[in-house]
Design a protein around this ligand. Sequence first.
Ligand code: ADP
Ligand code: MG
Length: 219
Amino acid sequence: MRTILVLNPKGGSGKTTLATNIASYFSIKNKKVTLADCDPQASSQDWLNLRSDKQSSIYKAVLTQSNLKVSKDTDILIMDTPAGVTDKRLIKFLSQAQTMIMPVIASPIDIRAAEHFIEKLFSLKTTINHKIKIATVANRVREDTLIAAKLEYYLDKLKLPDGKRLPFVTMLRQSQNYIHAAERGLSIFELPPSKTYYDREQWEPLLRWLDSTRSQPNN
Ligand SMILES: Nc1ncnc2c1ncn2[C@@H]1O[C@H](COP(=O)(O)OP(=O)(O)O)[C@@H](O)[C@H]1O
Ligand SMILES: [Mg+2]
């Protein structure tokens, strides 16, 4: 089973948006997907509950007393996490996944917070021993703003302890498409392609990374 963790201690960075869209993407590709909602706010669960029978099916898993029950035939487990995960829960989450995606909002405060978090992340031995593959994604980017350029610069510079680049895989623009999709239990991949052309294009590098061995340990 492949486990993809979506994590950033900062609330509102886009974890649920990424987790639900990734879950939908793989389920459309006929993978058996489980979306694990590890956040008591239960936004991913709410999203799943909104889905109709017409949509590709995605299993639900809920974290109870730090235990996650996942359907045995799952191909891909996507873990949506709460805000504020910087304590021992972080080590537990990291030890369960092969891949981690960290969405970062294009604002100076969020960028600084991300920088501190990444320092912390790499001070944790687990991350390095487990060889979890981590990538950042810029989210809610207003492409015309200066901060967008800074974010790209900063995220692109992030290094792993071994000196390798921490992949900054893509920038996702701020788009009503995410909001419209979410309120119907859909992803942008389930909205008309003509309306989501630009967003799908921005997802391409992230999906290529997830589909490749580059996002899996020992590569
Ligand atoms: N790229 C985007 N464009 C527009 N709205 C977005 C985008 N990403 C997230 N949002 C909205 O921002 C809010 C916070 O996103 P969410 O995914 O719930 O963050 P988190 O799970 O990290 O708290 C939600 O209302 C979501 O619909
Ligand atoms: Mg959330």
